[in-house]
Design a protein around this ligand. Structure first.
Ligand code: DSN
Length: 412
């Protein structure tokens, strides 16, 4: 029995139930992953007991000597991983990292340009319901509705018209590669700064499987818990020249005390990501997404943009006459966790949607390969093509449990 179970049975029971859900289900949410035991241990450590406002060597509290060491480890490892001149590992999340760059580069009311949420962008990229859409004058680009990929010529045209202070690139639901050089060139042509939010593809960028924007764009932001496979949090990379303004925007500009247990876990994650096996892992994520995409395509399901170059697949369920919400619920009953997602030219609300986003990072961490992806793809297609067939869903649910049970979360 865990110590927690002796002191708080309610919370311990919930954690146990979640452990069972994760163990016997298939996690296909593109932004999720499973951390290593080492990352988990650092997150649950006594490093959480300390206030360490400021930065290594310049704190507002005494007793930070070991926190300086761990934050320097995290910064140095992140710099090494991406070839960055400067790293800030304090943002509590990806949204906080983005906020820091906006605060460092713009005044309220300044023009910001970014990809629309409904076509693949992120809330913090200027959605009207987010601080980013309220504080700045936002103009958004989308994808070309024929190819469902970014049209860089169209982006350049919009930039010429609106003369943004900052252009954001990077997405939450875009299955294709992003040309960071093209974005920086567009930004340079209108005297704007370029920020790449690589939260989703950070692992792919760190390992060269996708172009790494660090050193190409002015600012790179990321989360650490998606393809990077670390603790839930954010980070920023930029040139030495921009280091001071970024650090000031994070603290004291936007946050108070850093989460030192999370920074310790980030350091552990970055060390893991520097190992050659992390490159193999990220390569497998992409191979797995392609293998699953092929099966879904063969079943006549429509893949937005026709396929995938990265860790995710976006399905358009219009032809099946079902919504993303219905698909999410039906697959959920079989233990397959995915999320409904808007698609280009969406005509439904974000709570219903016409699309489904499927990602392979978490199942790849569990050791699954192309063969298992093909099997999972078959199950997904079977359910989506006959969504009210409870017998089939329940049968697949049993098979999902059996497959997941063969790939324990922590085999060691
Ligand atoms: N909410 C995350 C996602 O699912 O893409 C992005 O922050």
């Amino acid at each position: 029995m865990s110590y927690l179970a002796t002191t708080d049975r309610d919370v311990a029971d919930v954690i146990d139930m979640e452990r069972m859900r994760q163990t016997y289900g298939l996690e296909l949410i593109a932004s999720e992953n499973l951390v290593s035991r080492a990352v988990l241990e650092a997150m649950g450590s006594i490093m959480t007991n300390k206030y360490a406002e400021g930065y290594p060597g310049k704190r507002y509290y005494g007793g930070c000597e070991f926190h300086d060491v761990v934050e320097n480890l995290a910064r140095d490892r992140l710099k090494q991983l991406f070839g960055a001149e400067h790293a800030n590992v304090q943002p509590h999340s990806g949204t906080q990292a983005n906020m820091a760059i906006y605060f460092a580069t713009m005044e309220c009311g300044d023009p910001l340009m970014s990809m629309s949420l409904s076509q693949g962008g992120h809330l913090s990229h200027g959605s009207p319901v987010s601080f980013s859409g309220k504080l700045y004058k936002v103009t958004q680009y989308g994808v070309d509705l024929e190819t469902e990929t970014i049209d860089y010529g169209a982006v350049a045209e919009i930039a010429k018209k609106v003369r943004p202070k900052v252009i954001v690139c990077g997405a939450s639901a875009y299955p294709r590669t992003i040309d960071f050089k093209a974005f920086q060139e567009i930004a340079d042509s209108v005297d704007a700064r370029c920020m790449a939010d690589i939260a989703h593809i950070a692992g792919l960028c760190a390992t060269g499987i996708h172009e790494n924007p660090v050193g190409i764009v002015d600012y790179t932001t990321t989360t650490t818990h998606k393809t990077l496979r670390g603790p839930r949090g954010g980070a920023i990379m930029c040139s030495s020249e921009n280091a001071q303004m970024v650090d000031k925007a994070v603290f004291p500009g936007m946050q108070g005390g850093p989460l030192m247990h999370i920074i310790a876990a980030k350091a552990v994650c970055f060390k893991e990501a520097l190992r050659p096996s992390f490159t193999d892992y990220n390569r497998q994520i992409v191979k797995n997404a392609r293998a699953m995409a092929e099966v879904l395509d063969n079943h006549g399901l429509r893949l937005v943009s026709g396929g995938t170059d990265n860790h995710l697949i976006l399905l358009d369920l219009t032809a099946q006459g079902i919504t993303g919400l219905e698909a999410e619920v039906a697959l959920g009953k079989a233990g397959i966790t995915v999320n409904k997602n808007t698609i280009p030219n969406e005509n439904r609300s974000p709570f219903v949607t016409s699309g489904l986003r499927i990602g392979t990072p978490a199942v790849t961490t569990r050791g699954m390969k192309e063969q298992e992806m093909r099997q999972i793809g078959e199950w997904i297609a079977t359910i989506l093509k006959d969504i009210r067939n409870e017998t089939a869903i329940s049968k697949i649910g049993g098979q999902v449990k059996e497959l997941a049970g063969k790939y324990p979360l922590y085999p060691e």
